[in-house]
Ligand binder design. Structure first.
Ligand code: OFO
Length: 163
């Protein structure tokens, strides 16, 4: 069995992961409309990963007899001031999610929920990757800013992102 505070905290995190998926899908739409299909592809993959994160939490709740309660997903922004602004928004959002995962882990510690702690260790590691990926794209963009051809080359590289 899983405690009520853990069920509530898991349901909140499911909503945040679903919002992340929605946000990156919105960024994919933005890049599709901006002539940067590679960046759009990167965002599509990211949106899919966020959905998987939500499903991992969903499955854990179900496995432990907790009730999944879905909430409304807030509308994401739809416009950004160019690729740099969008990727900076990704980075900031991921920092927010990292804090949220850490808070969830603290609830699991307080509740002495060892099974949740083991699952959440995966998420803690994943957040290191998430922040690193976004920061990496921002770094590449900083180096090539103002060089239109290089932006298109980077877009080509972003298109290669697989699962
Ligand atoms: Fe689910 O890691 Fe990003 O938000």
């Amino acid at each position: 069995m899983i405690s009520k505070p853990m069920i509530d905290a898991f349901n909140d995190q499911i909503n945040k992961e679903m919002f992340s998926s929605h946000l990156y899908l919105s960024m994919a739409a933005y890049f599709e409309g901006s002539g940067l299909p590679g960046a759009a592809q990167w965002m599509h993959v990211q949106a899919g990963e966020e959905h998987e994160h939500a499903m991992k939490l969903f499955a854990h709740l179900v496995d432990r007899g907790g009730k999944v309660t879905l909430k409304a997903i807030a509308a994401p922004e739809t416009e950004w001031n160019g690729p740099m602004a969008a990727f900076k928004a990704v980075y900031e959002h991921e920092q927010l999610i990292t804090r949220s995962i850490h808070e969830l882990y603290e609830v699991a510690q307080k509740e002495k929920d060892y099974a949740a702690q083991i699952l959440l260790q995966w998420f803690i590691n994943e957040q290191v990757e998430e922040e690193k990926n976004a920061a990496g794209v921002i770094e590449s963009m900083k180096r090539i800013e103002a060089h239109e051809t290089a932006v298109l080359q980077l877009d080509h590289q972003l298109a290669k992102r697989g699962k």
